[in-house]
Design a protein around this ligand. Structure first.
Ligand SMILES: [Zn+2]
Length: 329
C-alpha cells in the first residue's frame, strides 16, 4: 500500500530540515551554504514524477544564493520555487554598492538570512510581510545604524538573530570583541525585554512585534567582566567592553547610574541628559539571549590591535551621540 503523499512530504521535510539541521548553539561559519545536500534525497526524486516534485519542494524550502541575480532568474525561469521557498540565505562576502536583493514574489517567505560585511538600506527591497525572522551574520561593524536599517526594512519582525565577531559597547561607542573573566556560560538569557545595548534597544523600539533578539558572539579571556547565568540581571551586561568596564566601573556612582539606565530607570539626581538616554524596550520584546563561543586566538590578537588603535583615537566619555551620526556603515 502506498503511503499518502502528505506523509511523504512530512518525512522528506523532517529529514532535510530537522534531523540534519545544524545545532543552534554552534554557529556556522559565515558564507557557508546552510542548505542540505540534494544527494540526501536524490534517490527519492528518481522514484516517480510525483516524488520528484515533493523532493524538490522540500529542498527549495531553503534557497541559498551568492548572486542577487538568482531571484530574478527564478521569477522568470522557475516560478514554482517562489511558492516553495520559506527561507532565503544570501551570502555575499564582497558586496558591491550596486547589489540589491529583490524578495518580490516569494509570497510564503518566512526567514531571511544575510551573510554580508555590511547592511544597507538599499540592499533589500520588496520584502514580503510574511517574513518574521531575520538572521544577519558577519557584519564587521554592527553599530546601531545596522539596527536602525533593520527596523526600517523589516518593521514586522518577530525574531531577530545577529551573529558577528564584535558587539556595540554603549560606553565607548565602538564595536569591540568581548572578553570575559571566569567561567563563561554558553548562553545568557534576559527576560522582560531588557538586556540589549541601550542604542540597539532604542533603534528597535519602533518594531511592534519584535519578541526575541538573539546575539551570538565569540569571546576571549578578559579581566573585568564576569557573567552569572543564574543571576544575569544583577550586572545586566549588555555588550560593554572589558576595557570600559575596567576603567569606568571603578566609579561606583557611575556604575549605579549606568545600570539604572540599562533598566530604563532614571536615578533621582542624575542629569537631564542621562534621563533622556534611558533604555527603551521595544513594546513586545520579551527575550534577549546572548550566545557565546570561544573565539580563535590568532584572529583575537589581530583584532585587539585594531581595537586599541580605535580606542586610542576615541573619546571614551559617554556622550550619547545619535547612532545615526556615528561613522559606521
Ligand atoms: Zn567600551
Amino acid at each position: 500500500m502506498a503511503l499518502p503523499l502528505e506523509l511523504i512530504r512530512e518525512i522528506i521535510g523532517h529529514v532535510l530540515h530537522v534531523l540534519l539541521a545544524p545545532p543552534t548553539t554552534v554557529p556556522e561559519e559565515p558564507y557557508t551554504n546552510s542548505k542540505p545536500q540534494f544527494s540526501l534525497i536524490s534517490s527519492l526524486s528518481l522514484a516517480s514524477r510525483t516524488y520528484r516534485t515533493l523532493a524538490l519542494e522540500a529542498w527549495f524550502q531553503i534557497l541559498f544564493t551568492e548572486s542577487s541575480a538568482d531571484p530574478e532568474f527564478i521569477q522568470n525561469e522557475l516560478p514554482e520555487i517562489r511558492e516553495w521557498t520559506r527561507k532565503i540565505h544570501f551570502s555575499s562576502p564582497s558586496l558591491s554598492s550596486s547589489t540589491a536583493w529583490n524578495f518580490g514574489g516569494f509570497r510564503r517567505l518566512q526567514v531571511i538570512r544575510i551573510d554580508c560585511p555590511v547592511f544597507y538600506y538599499d540592499h533589500c527591497f520588496n520584502v514580503p510581510s510574511t517574513v518574521t525572522e531575520l538572521d544577519v551574520r558577519a557584519v564587521t561593524w554592527p553599530s546601531p545604524f545596522v539596527l536602525q536599517t533593520i527596523a526600517i526594512l523589516l518593521p514586522l519582525l518577530v525574531t531577530l538573530r545577529l551573529s558577528h565577531r564584535k558587539i556595540w559597547c554603549g560606553l565607548c561607542h565602538t564595536c569591540c570583541l568581548v572578553k570575559f573573566a571566569g567561567t563563561v556560560p554558553a548562553k545568557l538569557v534576559y527576560t522582560g525585554g531588557l538586556g540589549l545595548p541601550i542604542h540597539y534597544a532604542r533603534a528597535l523600539s519602533c518594531m511592534p512585534r519584535l519578541h526575541t533578539v538573539s546575539i551570538t558572539l565569540p569571546y576571549s579571556p578578559g579581566a573585568h567582566i564576569t557573567l552569572d547565568a543564574k543571576d544575569p540581571m544583577h550586572e545586566l551586561w549588555s555588550g560593554e567592553c572589558d576595557r570600559c568596564v575596567g576603567i569606568m566601573y571603578e566609579d561606583q556612582t557611575f556604575r549605579e547610574i549606568w545600570t539604572a539606565r540599562k533598566k530604563g530607570e532614571p536615578l533621582s539626581g542624575s542629569s537631564g541628559d542621562s534621563a533622556e538616554r534611558l533604555y527603551i524596550k521595544p513594546p513586545a520584546l520579551e527575550t534577549v539571549e546572548w550566545c557565546f563561543w570561544r573565539g580563535d586566538e590568532e584572529a583575537k590578537d589581530e583584532d585587539d590591535e585594531e581595537d586599541n588603535e580605535q580606542l586610542g583615537d576615541d573619546d571614551v566619555e559617554d556622550d550619547d551621540e545619535d547612532p545615526e551620526s556615528d561613522g559606521a556603515e
